[in-house]
Design a binder for this molecule. Structure first.
Ligand code: WAQ
Ligand code: MG
Length: 266
C-alpha cells in the first residue's frame, strides 16, 4: 500500500474575463511546487496575452489513477484549412460520424467564440453538452515520468517535442479510452499555433498542419459521441484520474490512404 500519492494540478487563467490558458496534470508530491510555478509562468507569458486572473487547484488523488497507453501519433501534411477539413472529414466519417456533424463542428470551432471546454456532438451533429457556453473540460489526466521521457525522445526525433503536442496527446488518449467517444476534432486557440488534430481509436492521433490561418485567435474541441449515458461520460472526462504509463508509436508524415487502411481497434 506504500504507493506514493499523486496530485492533480489544474490551472486556468483569464484576462478581462476571457479565457487565456488552461493546463492539467498528475504529479508526485516532490514536483507539485515546481509545476505550480510552471503553470503560473505560462499564464503570465501567454501568446493570447498576460492573464489577470489565474486559478490553480492542487488536489491529492484519493483513488489510484487508471493507467493507459497513448494513442499512436502521425501527421497528414495538409497545406490549407480546406485540405485539413477534407482530411478530417474523410477520417471522421470513416468511423461512422456524419459529414453534417463534422461540418457543424468546424463551423462552431471557427466561429468567433472560444469555449473553455469541449462540445459534445452526436453522430448527426446534435449538441449534447448540458452547458453549451462552457462545454465539458477534461481534467485529472497526466503522464508518468518514465513515459514522459520516452514520449519526449520519440517526439524529439520528429521535431515535435513541445508541451502543446504532449498535452494534447495525453488529453486525447484519456478521452478516447472511453468507448462512447468515436472521434475528436481540435483546433488550438493560440493565434500562432496553426496545427490541429483529429483523433479516433482506429486512426490514432492525427496531426493536421495549417488547419487554421495564422493570427486567428479562436479554437476549440469537439467530441463525437455515440449512444450511452452522457452524464457517465462527462463524469469520466472530468473526474476519473488517468495516467499515461506507456507510449505507442509516433511517426512522421502519413497519407490519408494509409490511415484509412488501418483496421478498427474498438
Ligand atoms: N477539456 C476540454 N476542452 C479543452 C480543454 C480541456 N481540458 N483544454 C482546452 N480545451 C478546448 C478549449 O476550447 C480550447 O480553446 C481548445 O480546446 C484548444 O485548446 O500535435 O493547444 O489548449 O501539433 O489551445 C493541438 C496540437 C494543440 C496539435 C491544441 O489546444 C499538434 C491546443 P488549446
Ligand atoms: Mg491554447
Amino acid at each position: 500500500m506504500a504507493r506514493k500519492p499523486f496530485y492533480s494540478i489544474r490551472m486556468r487563467s483569464a484576462k478581462d474575463s476571457t479565457h487565456i490558458s488552461g493546463a492539467a496534470g498528475i504529479h508526485l508530491l516532490k514536483d507539485v511546487s515546481k509545476v505550480v510555478k510552471q503553470y503560473t509562468d505560462r499564464a503570465l507569458e501567454h501568446e493570447r496575452g498576460r492573464s489577470d486572473t489565474i486559478r490553480i487547484t492542487v488536489e491529492e488523488l484519493k483513488k489510484s489513477p487508471k493507467r493507459i497507453a497513448t494513442l499512436p501519433l502521425s501527421t497528414v501534411n495538409t497545406r490549407t484549412p480546406e485540405a485539413a477539413q477534407k482530411t478530417a472529414t474523410g477520417l471522421l466519417t470513416a468511423v461512422g460520424i456524419s459529414e453534417r456533424a463534422v461540418e457543424e463542428a468546424f463551423a462552431s470551432l471557427r466561429s468567433g467564440y472560444t469555449m473553455r471546454g469541449a462540445m459534445l456532438l452526436d453522430i448527426e451533429g446534435v449538441r449534447l453538452e448540458p452547458d453549451l457556453l462552457r462545454g465539458v473540460r477534461v481534467s485529472r489526466m497526466g503522464i508518468a515520468q518514465d513515459a514522459a521521457a520516452d514520449l519526449s525522445k520519440r517526439l524529439g526525433r520528429l521535431q515535435l517535442n513541445n508541451n502543446t503536442v504532449k498535452e494534447a496527446l495525453v488529453l486525447a488518449s484519456k478521452v478516447h479510452k472511453f468507448k462512447m467517444v468515436l472521434g475528436e476534432l481540435c483546433i488550438s486557440d493560440d493565434p500562432k499555433y496553426t496545427t490541429g488534430y483529429i483523433a479516433t481509436r482506429t486512426h490514432g492521433y492525427v496531426r493536421l498542419p495549417r488547419i487554421k490561418k495564422r493570427g486567428f485567435p479562436n479554437g476549440g474541441r469537439a467530441f463525437f459521441i455515440t449512444g450511452g449515458d452522457i452524464m457517465n461520460l462527462i463524469k469520466y472526462l472530468q473526474e476519473t484520474p488517468v495516467l499515461i504509463n506507456s507510449i505507442t508509436p509516433c511517426q512522421g508524415n502519413i497519407t490519408v490512404k494509409e490511415l484509412l487502411e488501418r483496421k478498427s481497434r474498438r
